[in-house]
Design a binder for this molecule. Sequence first.
Ligand code: G3P
Ligand code: MG
Length: 246
Amino acid sequence: MWPYPRTLAHRGGGTLAPENTLAALRCGLSYGYRAVEFDVMLAADGVPVVVHDPELGRTVAGSGHINEYTAAQLGAMEAGAWFGPAFAGEGVPTFDAVVAYCKAQRIWMNIEIKPAPGFDAATGEAVARATRAHFSQEIAAGKLLPLLSSFSIAALEAARQAAPELARAWLVEAIPADWALQARELGVVAIHCDHQQLTRALALAVKGEGFGLFCYTVNTPERASELLAWGVDGFCTDRIDLIKAS
Ligand code: G3P
Ligand code: MG
């Protein structure tokens, strides 16, 4: 029911490296994390890039929106210096570069489709197509594949249409009352929720209906143990230094 790793490094390296960069993946790996979550958005030229915010300013130096710049322009921007001088020079990586690194290092991926406002279907379709292209051999061989997830229902629907063979998960903050019906209609294999909004009863209900259950973002070993005891299958963490990869 949950064939995936249990502990994932959130945004590549949690809060120990600049999020959603190749440096973050290297950092995660240095802590033994061979499973990551990261966010994917479309650049102006339709190329999927790995970044969280639709605007520049917080992690990427500059102003304006991610989808006003091409992937090459974003790659040349500064996405590491905000975190510390040792990370200066890290650009916004393309999805292709991140997947290539993860495949080379045998890192499993939860690919969060993170559309800029108004680009839900286009992002879901592009990310699903790119993922399918990267994993065509693994698909044919029946190997373990990445898991796509999104808060955007339109993105999940578009991903399903573009690459129905790729498993998808539905991201929510709190699990809504009609979750079982919606999850079945979406054809998702798992529900990913904010652990602070999860109750033991809901965890049991989700598992009882046969869905995978994943939480974000769990940052203490005590809370991780509690959630796992509730039947939660996996979680991502910012504290890869406190929670051992498993
Ligand atoms: O995929 C889980 C988590 O990353 C969702 O929230 O804002 O960190 O992308 P966010
Ligand atoms: Mg995310």
